[in-house]
Design a protein around this ligand. Structure first.
Ligand code: NAD
Ligand code: TYD
Length: 351
């Protein structure tokens, strides 16, 4: 059985990747390494937690000694690295947490893998999951991020992810570590932590709370259903070319305000509220510092070289997402009743 280490598997995207690998590949043993920060939630994996080919390991990638021990205990064939601090707003208030996990943590993981794989490095694979935010922001509506676009990170989050991408490429170039990197656009779907735009709006609509739209709501994001991202990771892990980068995106750009209005409409229908009820909760608040205007991915390389295209239209994906949150209000309540409620007050009070 090939052992595969997935980091950050208790988080939003990681949990979908873990589920996909555990259920699709009984010939792999999946180890999910996660520190269970505020964003990690083992409830996300309740349906597969007893699978014979799945093991959860609680641990912090900032702890190099722990990683060395883990890699000496197990001969991992490959690593799929998703563990990260992932929220731009938090990176503005606490950049060092992002440097620690995203930069130091990734370096520690690379070092542990390099030491453990030294006798047959070429037979292993380090897959680094990254973001389109490393490319900076776009202004010209005809421009898209390509794999060759120059890095221009503009938030502490994107700068820390860019650093980690550079480290992964450096280990490939210098030590010949087999690597692949993917840079994906904004994900949405079940299990998305309600600090991010779509689940935050769903949660606030449910609770009749104001819907905080940053600035004028004109920033644009390219949204991809999370299971499509997990499938892209599967394809790249198995068919990606050593040393290559692949952009992943939905070709699905939305201005924030239009997206929030669409969500309001869907939620009014689902909750049998008169049309326009939720939209009245929209509340423009102080803009995010250094707010990137537009992200948009050109995923042609992934399509032409590896045959991946998104499977879901946005309307369908959003419908699935809203239905999931409505059916899983306990999941939301468990998150929003704890420390998250303090974060919310601090982040949004006085905005
Ligand atoms: P998330 O915040 O939901 O989950 C991150 C997970 O990593 C959590 O389970 C957390 O407990 C774990 N973690 C954090 N610090 C750790 C540490 N020091 N040691 C071990 N585990 C730790 O994030 P997500 O949205 O699922 O993103 C996963 C990855 O995908 C990240 O690398 C992110 O940069 C990337 N990405 C995210 C998006 C998006 O839209 N969410 C888009 C493109 C790329
Ligand atoms: P977010 O989900 O935090 O993802 P990212 O910043 O990584 O793109 O935010 C998506 C967009 O929504 C971004 O332009 C910021 C905006 N936004 C709001 O307008 N209000 C909010 O409460 C949040 C969380 C985000």
């Amino acid at each position: 059985m090939k052992k595969i280490l997935i980091t950050g598997g208790a988080g939003f995207i990681g949990s979908h990747v873990v589920r996909r690998f555990v259920t699709t590949y009984p010939e792999y043993h999946i180890f999910n390494l996660d520190a269970l920060t505020y964003a990690g939630n083992l409830e996300n994996l309740r349906d597969i937690e007893n699978s014979a080919n799945y093991t959860f390991v609680k641990g912090d990638i900032v702890d190099a000694v722990f990683l060395d021990e883990l890699f000496s205990e197990h001969d991992f064939y490959g690593v799929i690295h998703l563990a990260a601090e992932s929220h731009v707003d938090r990176s503005i208030t606490d950049p060092m947490a992002f440097v620690m996990t995203n930069v130091i943590g990734t370096a520690n993981l690379l070092n542990a893998a390099k030491k453990s794989w030294k006798d047959n490095l070429a037979e292993h694979l380090f897959y680094h999951v990254s973001t389109d935010e490393v490319y900076g922001e776009l202004h010209d509506p005809n421009e898209f991020f390509l794999e060759t676009t120059k890095y221009d990170p503009r938030s502490p989050y994107s700068a820390s992810k860019a650093s980690s991408d550079h480290l992964v490429r450096a280990y490939h170039n210098t030590y010949k570590m087999p690597v692949v990197i993917s840079n994906c656009s904004n994900n949405y779907g079940p299990n998305h932590f309600p600090e991010k735009l779509i689940p935050l709006m769903i949660n606030n609509i449910l609770n009749n709370k104001p819907l905080p739209v940053y600035g004028k709501g004109e920033n644009i994001r390219d949204w991809l259903f999370v299971e499509d991202h997990a499938r892209a990771i599967d394809v790249i892990f198995h068919k990606g070319k050593n040393g290559e980068t692949y952009n992943i995106g939905g070709h699905n750009e939305w201005k924030n305000i239009d997206l929030v209005k669409l969500l309001c409409q869907i939620m009014d229908e689902k909750l049998n509220r008169p049309e326009g009820t939720s939209a009245r909760l929209i509340h423009y608040v102080t803009d995010r510092a250094g707010h990137d205007l537009r992200y948009a991915i050109d995923a042609t390389k992934l399509k032409t070289e590896l045959g991946w295209v998104p499977s879901l239209q946005f309307a369908e994906g959003l419908e699935k997402t809203v239905n999931w949150y409505l059916a899983n209000q306990e999941w939301l309540d468990n998150i929003t009743s704890g420390a998250y409620s303090h974060y919310y007050e601090e982040m949004y009070d006085g905005r």
